[in-house]
Design a protein around this ligand. Structure first.
Ligand code: KIV
Ligand code: ZN
Length: 507
């Protein structure tokens, strides 16, 4: 029987903490629900002491997800631990995760504490957390650059104080697989009470070794691994969840380790995280990159046609990759469309399927071929669970080389009122966004704007992603259309609708 490995996802904490990866509350909830569907064992929902917004998001996630342990991070400080507990207390299975740095350089220059004081602070933090919560994880930040015997002493003190999990982070991505495995084995062999706690590892990717280090540590005896979807995270990121899970699954013969994940949810989870953060997945990224299952060279295609295993070590179906095939056309009915959405992993209510079906029909009229990727983009690009305060009725644009761009937009508000405004801008997209700002009565700062095509070909759909800032907070929006200006307008409106909804519900 293979040894069970617990997957601790930290996309919503270490991933979200990275520059340009921030998510708003609605997006965090959407990702949390998807992570639950993927079957992660533990989900680090955030760092509540970092800001009131972080605390509110952790609180909502703790109330929402049921079949997963929810973790809140806290420094080894009573005030952080109070805030962390306040945020996760309603979770079905809460865990407090407290940490302090243990490397000589961090203790001397960052903490300005002597090693003995650090041990005392770690034990005190675990003891304090323990009177709130039975499940407490302790992390020795920068463990890979710490003295191995000092780590054994601090972990032993943390376990005596009640820690149920001890975590060994390679905080700065400095470790090498053989060396990191030796460190884990050393801690396992020399921490006297280690049998009372689970051993966890948490690797960063500064040298591109985060996944290799995590796998080496699991072989050496760790039984929890901390990772993020698409490898998001501080600097070069954290170990990529999808790579660890698929390595363990594909090379079960070598590792003899098992996770409880539904790997068929990997692709949708990756796309969702990419959509909400606006961070695209590198084309040749292992497992979830666009080329990961593409066979271009003739000799490879020939081999795959004869027997897929000639060049495929895992199947696209095993990660839930939709086949990019012609599936539906303009004569397809609503039933076939609904079945296809289900196949692609979208469980939607009838009203939303009607709305998407109408969009599909328009698309099928414009495009020669409608693929699974197009349908997926439609389903992800439309309004989703956020109510539409503003809906696009129509737009008209005038622009040219010698002409200032002008855009006229007509929007319907959810109370039934209709507004029309025109604005001049630096190009048609700028003019459109300015006209929307006038209607909405807010001046938004455009932090990021990207356009990509969903499939190839001249009739491909364009997918727009925007990030807008208002009063210090940011919101993302996505839109899809065969017309790139329409996709951009829809993306801008999606960001505004999320902002309006959050402001109305949570403030
Ligand atoms: O990288 C790190 O050391 C961390 C800890 C807080 C676990 O993220
Ligand atoms: Zn980290």
């Amino acid at each position: 029987m293979a040894r069970k490995i617990y997957i601790f996802d930290t996309t919503l904490r270490d991933g979200e903490q990275a520059p340009r990866c921030s998510m708003n509350l609605a997006e965090k909830l959407e990702v949390a629900r998807q992570l639950e569907k993927l079957g992660v064992d533990i989900m680090e929902a955030g760092f509540p002491a970092a800001s009131p917004g972080d605390a509110a998001a952790v609180r909502e996630i703790a109330r929402t997800v049921k079949n997963v342990r929810v973790v809140a991070l806290a420094r080894a400080l009573e005030k952080d631990i109070d805030t962390a507990w306040e945020a996760i207390r309603k979770a079905e299975s809460p865990r407090i995760h407290t940490f302090i740095a243990t490397s000589p350089i961090h203790m001397e220059y960052k903490l300005r504490m002597a090693p003995e004081q650090v041990i005392e602070a770690a034990a005190a933090a675990v003891r304090y957390a323990k009177h709130y919560c039975s499940d407490v994880e302790f992390s020795a930040e920068d463990a890979s650059r710490s003295e191995p015997d000092f780590l054994c002493r601090i972990f032993s003190a943390a376990i005596d104080a009640g820690a149920t999990v001890i975590n060994i982070p390679d905080t700065v991505g400095y470790a090498i697989p053989e060396e990191f495995a030796r460190l884990v084995a050393h801690i396992k062999a020399n921490t006297p009470n280690i049998d009372r706690a689970m051993i966890s590892v948490h690797c960063h990717n500064d040298l591109g070794l985060a996944v290799a280090n995590s796998l080496a540590a699991l072989r050496a005896g760790a039984n929890q691994v901390e990772c993020t979807v698409n490898g998001l995270g501080e600097r070069a990121g954290n170990a990529a969840l999808e790579e660890i899970v698929m390595a363990l699954r594909t090379r079960r013969d070598f590792f003899d380790l098992a996770t409880g994940l539904d790997t068929a949810q990997i692709f949708s989870t990756s796309r969702l995280v990419s959509k909400v953060t606006g961070v695209s997945v590198q084309i040749n990224k292992a497992i979830v990159g666009e080329n990961a299952f593409a066979h271009e060279a003739g000799i490879h295609q020939h081999g795959v046609l004869a027997n897929r295993q000639t060049y495929e070590i895992m199947t696209p179906e095993s990660i839930g990759l939709p086949q990019n095939s012609l599936v539906l056309g303009k004569h397809s009915g609503r039933h076939a469309f609904e079945e296809r959405l289900k196949y692609l992993g979208f469980a939607l209510d009838s009203a939303r399927i009607d709305e998407l079906f109408a969009q599909f029909k328009i698309l099928a009229d414009k495009k020669k071929t409608v693929t699974d990727r197009d349908i997926e983009a439609l389903a992800r690009g439309a309004s989703g669970t956020i109510p539409e305060t503003y809906k696009l009725e129509r737009f008209a644009v005038q622009s040219g080389t010698q002409l200032a761009a002008t855009c006229t937009i007509r929007l319907a508000r959810k109370d039934g009122s209709v507004y029309e405004k025109a604005a001049v801008g630096d190009g048609p997209v700028d003019a459109a966004f300015k006209a929307i700002d006038e209607i909405v009565g807010r001046t938004l700062e455009l932090e990021d704007f990207r356009l990509s095509s969903v499939t190839s070909g001249e009739d491909a759909q364009g997918e727009a992603t925007v990030k807008v800032k208002f009063e210090g907070r940011t919101w993302n929006g996505h839109g899809v259309s065969t017309d790139i200006l329409e996709a951009s307008i829809k993306a801008y409106l999606a960001a505004i609708n999320t902002m309006e909804w959050e402001m109305a519900v949570y403030e």
